[in-house]
Write a protein that binds this ligand. Structure first.
Ligand code: GTP
Length: 354
């Protein structure tokens, strides 16, 4: 079975994390998001993956190559201009075959049981099966209304609170019969949510819902990006400290797990790290720094005495000694914060020139 992964979006809501990096390459626990997704597919026996790309595709190809080292085969298809979610799948049609295939939004971290979902699709044989997940705030998602047998009756995109009839939303994971792609115009922008799926209902083509339990989150915003780290790290049974390779940790540091430390970090005397937290490879943390529930990408440097709380700091950024506290801030790549311009709580700092 083949899977199409949609990774062509610009990830505007996730900026500044996605100013110089595509969402697919954004690190989750020090590994690109895409690697987690590929391993998820592999776990469900899917090893033929088509990547529908647009924004910053080259770094993905360079990193993953043919996918052999992860035990999968990767096919890359790059759009000249964004085609939308359905248009992007139409664009990869020549690489599909006559069997049902999976479509996966490339910003979802989940343990939804794909194997069971595909089994259900093959038993019922609808034109499409859509995984549903329950959320607390359905008004920012696409709500899916179903009948008692699980067939989809109606889609309501980002409903107002007075229109919310269900908390089950489109999880961005579909099993599709190849025939449905005949409804999607080639080389034209179109979306599943407001074009293909409503059109299938209009044409009486059955769409099945698959209410999937389990973990599901999209990494669409920095808040959710931090939450994913929090959730995944808190799942570690020992909630301990994990070192990915050799690092220098001064004896007089205090680290409360769960904390993941990439290779080649230097953590100086008096540093206090409180998990859940992640340090990317090659981070340098000077004396008496306090790091509380933060995610640092590779090569970040934090000057003496700085306190960092619930921040995301992207690759190679530097926070100089004298910046007192950074709280709920998001710093893009290669940002330098000097003592006299520490951002206020909640501020996002873009890389220079973006
Ligand atoms: P925002 O700009 O923050 O909305 O992010 P996004 O456009 O990257 O993501 P969105 O949630 O709108 O899309 C869901 C998934 O579909 C993401 O994994 C995107 O990469 C992907 N996607 C969205 N638009 C396109 C497109 O035009 N082409 C392709 N290939 N993928 C797309």
């Amino acid at each position: 079975m083949k899977a199409v992964m949609l990774i062509g979006g610009e990830g505007t809501r996730l900026r500044p994390l996605t100013c110089n990096t595509t969402k697919a390459m954004v690190p989750i626990l020090n590994k690109p998001f895409l690697e987690h997704a590929i391993l998820y597919f592999k776990k469900h026996g899917i090893d033929d993956i088509i990547l529908a790309m647009g924004y910053l595709p080259h770094s993905i190809k360079e990193h993953f190559g043919d996918g052999n080292h992860l035990g999968v085969s990767l096919t890359y298809v790059v759009e000249d201009a964004p085609l939308g979610t359905a248009g992007a799948v139409k664009n990869v049609e020549p690489f599909l075959d006559d069997r049902p295939f999976i479509v996966f939004n490339g910003d979802v971290i989940t343990d939804i049981d794909l194997t069971k979902m595909v089994k259900r699709h093959n038993e019922v044989k609808p034109r499409a099966t859509i995984a549903l997940t329950s959320v607390e705030n359905p008004n920012i998602y696409g709500v899916v209304e179903t009948d008692a047998s699980g067939l989809v009756k109606r889609f309501v995109e980002k409903p107002g609170w007075d229109e919310v009839t269900s908390n089950m939303v489109n999880a961005g994971i579909y099993v599709l019969e190849p025939e449905v792609m005949k409804y999607v115009p080639p080389s034209k922008f179109s979306m599943f949510e407001n074009y293909l799926f409503p059109l299938l209902l209009e044409r009486n083509e059955p769409i099945l819902s698959y209410p999937a339990g389990g973990y599901w989150i999209d990494i669409g915003t920095p808040e959710k990006y931090l939450k994913v780290h929090h959730d995944l790290l808190m799942e570690w049974p020992d909630r301990g400290i994990r070192l990915e390779g050799k690092s220098e940790l001064h004896r007089q540091t205090q680290i409360e797990g769960p904390v993941l430390i990439g290779e080649g970090c230097v953590i100086s005397k008096g540093v206090h790290i409180t998990g859940p937290a992640v340090l990317g490879p090659g981070c340098k943390i000077e004396e008496d720094v306090l790091l509380d529930k933060a995610v640092l990408w590779h090569g970040v440097k934090i000057g003496e005495g700085v306190r960092i709380k619930s921040c995301i700091i992207c690759a190679n950024s530097i926070i100089k000694q004298g910046c007192d506290v950074l709280e709920n801030c998001v710093l893009g790549e290669n940002v330098t914060i000097r003592e006299d311009n520490a951002p206020a709580a909640g501020v996002r700092v873009w890389p220079e020139g973006f």
